[in-house]
Design a protein around this ligand. Structure first.
Ligand code: UD1
Ligand code: UDP
Length: 353
């Protein structure tokens, strides 16, 4: 059995880490790792390969960030070449980024089975490019591996055959379980005290692509009167500079994007995290860290019903959430136990033999 695993953006690297490791345990499976190049900076890409001990990609497509259409089209064209050359039995994609969509489409059009890990999540917000990516990939996938029960309901409603859906847990938690105890000493090095700072990440277009919303976010952060630690995503940095808002950052401790181990060291000790990230909602739930998600919706509702997540868009909602922190009983969602990758590979082997 030959599987091509495709990654392109920061969250993909984390999701693929345990899968590649698990595949490599099975000598009868030939694994080819392809990096599209969607994220390319050392701090958005290479550091994750080092921190998570992911083998170097076998093939690097080198498609950099550009317009979304150009990016999807270029990845499709380049990846079709890889499919024709490598002739895999299946192409495994993770998450919902443009690389996920482009690789899945190219595989499907070449008659290759598509495996979607983290299928079925829905924000029901079609303004988000990720929501469209998820819907399309799920429609063409042959295997749909899901992280929470809501995904099953979403997929059934969209007409997906239930025999293609497998509830296996969360590969992001596989990585977290393996690595979150590894220390980098960053908290001490930065002179921070546990539970004495808020960790911020922000990169969704709805939050960072307009000057008005960015100003609103700065106003909210200022009003919290907390120590703010903020590793800034390149998209956000570029926009803050473009809108001449860099002065507003002076009150905070800002950092370049962090590697996985540094980020986890900061996340597990923070007082709370304020974010619009998909992955951080799940990681905070696992770690029991209060998470305020600055969005109108989430495709990961289990992090609210079972976990530590609160949806907040405005200052009023943040204050309400801060008041509510600790009042709800928290638990770790079913199958978020570090064994998702094993379940996935076992199912693929059983079904393909
Ligand atoms: C992408 C994903 C988003 C995911 C996020 C994770 C899509 C549609 N979006 O958003 O779902 O949550 O990654 O971080 O696929 N840039 C750099 N260096 C890099 C990478 C990007 O400077 O290594 C800059 C580029 O100027 C680029 C911008 O960031 O134009 C946005 O990059 P892109 O990959 O298009 O989207 P993200 O906002 O990162
Ligand atoms: N992350 C990191 N360094 C950072 C910010 C995030 O290592 O400076 C990790 C974190 O574990 C998070 C993951 O990157 O879960 C996903 O990244 P991002 O928030 O960019 O993508 P999303 O999950 O929203 O698609």
């Amino acid at each position: 059995m030959k599987i091509i695993c495709v990654v392109g953006a920061r969250p993909n690297f984390i999701k693929i880490a345990s899968l590649v490791k698990e595949i490599k345990r099975h000598k009868e499976i030939d694994c080819v790792l392809v990096h599209t190049g969607q994220h390319y900076d050392n701090l958005m890409s290479d550091v994750f390969f080092r921190d998570l001990q992911i083998p170097k990609p076998d093939i690097f497509l080198g498609v950099r960030s550009c317009g979304q259409i150009e990016q999807i089209a270029e990845i499709m064209t380049a990846f079709e070449g890889v499919c024709l050359e490598e002739k895999p039995d299946m192409v495994l994609v993770v998450g919902d980024v443009n690389s996920t969509l482009a690789a899945a489409l190219a595989a499907n059009r070449n008659g290759i089975k598509v495996v979607h890990v983290e299928a079925g999540l829905r924000s029901f917000d079609r303004q988000m490019p990720e929501e469209i990516n998820r819907i399309i990939v799920d429609q063409i996938a042959d295997y749909l591996f899901i992280t929470e029960e809501s995904a099953y309901r979403n997929l059934i409603k969209e007409g997906i055959n239930k025999n293609k859906i497998f509830f296996v847990g969360n590969v992001m938690i596989d990585a977290l379980k393996q690595f979150f105890k590894k220390e980098t000493g960053i908290v001490k090095k930065m002179g921070l005290k546990p539970k004495d700072y808020c960790l911020i990440t922000m990169h969704r277009p709805s939050n960072v692509d307009s000057k008005e919303r960015l100003i609103e976010i700065f106003d909210i952060l200022d009003s919290l009167n907390e120590k703010i630690v903020w590793p800034i995503h390149p998209r956000t940095k570029k926009n803050i500079e473009k809108f001449n808002l860099s002065d507003r950052l002076k009150k905070y401790t800002t950092l370049e994007p962090l590697g996985y181990l540094d980020f986890m060291s900061l996340l597990k000790r923070c007082k709370l995290t304020l974010t619009d990230s998909g992955g951080i909602q799940e990681e905070a739930t696992f770690l029991g860290v209060p998470c305020l998600t600055m969005r109108e919706n989430t495709e990961r509702p289990i992090t609210i019903t079972k976990g530590t997540n609160y949806l907040v868009g405005s200052k009023k909602e943040i204050i309400k959430a801060i008041y509510a922190i600790g009042k709800r009983k928290k638990s770790i969602p079913k199958y978020w136990d570090g064994k998702a990758s094993k379940r996935i590979i076992d199912i693929l082997k059983k079904n393909e033999n």
